[in-house]
Design a protein around this ligand. Structure first.
Ligand code: SAH
Length: 257
């Protein structure tokens, strides 16, 4: 049988937020390459005959490891395997689906991208924060906070300061700089901000602050990772609309730390 790669989104944390197609492919896979933001329950769906490879990377270890993950993916598909590359959230949202698809295309190997529920959407939903809301927010943007520490940042914070709702991934460690950049670009200090940690899992928690107060709050306590920031008027709606009870949810990411 000829090999094929499936770049599958696993969803944001809890196992049952994977798509039906993603789960079916996971059950049929010969090889599964998975990383650290995956619900442990999902891995128990993989066939006992399949090869499972943890290619996890936490935080800042990027480029080199990504190259070797891509090489591994290509090698298994060339060997005729059905390979699932299982990624947290959606594979195309800071998930390197582009790099992996490019390598597969260059090697003339077939692949499919199976979208997943990104934490960018799931974390606000589980915290009771609508990303758009009539009269408050006509749109949103999803950005990485990773570049905020770089003075030559390619991120246009002036433009982002005008987006009603801003969702920042990989932003917790750079939160002070993100807030500083938005304040410098003219966003009000009273703008609500929510830090949502470990969304959709039994460890979910939300910290509410404003652009002006977050840095000081973070000096007192650091919320757990992974976490996203939601910045904009809608963030304050979590106070009224939070609905999720983490104590009733299945276990989170603990198994992979
Ligand atoms: N492809 C993933 C994002 C990978 S980048 C997606 O679509 O969700 C990793 C970042 O995602 C983390 O630094 C964090 O900002 C965010 N993240 C992933 N899972 C999360 C979760 N359950 N709760 C909060 N943030 C999460």
């Amino acid at each position: 049988m000829s090999g094929k790669a499936y770049l599958v989104g696993a969803g944001p944390g809890r196992a049952d937020l994977i798509t039906v197609r993603g789960l079916n492919l996971l059950r049929q896979a010969d090889v599964v390459l998975y990383d650290w933001l995956i619900a442990p329950q999902l891995l128990s769906e993989v066939s006992t005959e399949a090869e499972m490879v943890f290619v996890g990377k936490a935080h800042d270890k990027h480029t080199l490891e990504q190259d070797s993950i891509t090489d591994l993916l290509v090698a298994h598909v060339q060997a005729g395997k059905q390979v699932v590359r299982l990624k947290g959230g959606d594979p195309s949202v800071f998930g390197h689906a582009g790099e992996e698809a490019a390598a597969l295309a260059a090697a003339k190997l077939p692949y499919e991208i199976v979208p997943g529920v990104s934490s960018a959407l799931a974390a606000p939903a589980y915290a009771g924060i609508p990303l758009t809301y009539r009269g408050l927010a006509t749109g949103f943007a999803v950005v990485t906070g990773h570049e905020a520490s770089d003075s030559n940042s390619p991120t246009d914070w002036e433009a982002l300061a005008r987006i009603p709702t801003l969702v920042v991934l990989m932003g917790l460690h750079r939160a002070e700089r993100v807030c500083g950049a938005l304040l410098a670009a003219g966003r009000e200090a009273t703008t609500p901000i929510a830090v949502i940690s470990r969304a959709t899992t039994s460890d979910q928690q939300t910290l509410l602050a404003t652009l002006g107060t977050l840095a000081e709050m973070l000096r007192e306590r650091t919320p757990p990772t992974p976490a996203i920031l939601v910045i904009g008027a809608v963030a304050a709606m979590a106070q009224e609309l939070a609905w999720f009870d983490p104590s009733a949810a299945p276990d989170g990411f603990a198994a992979f730390e």
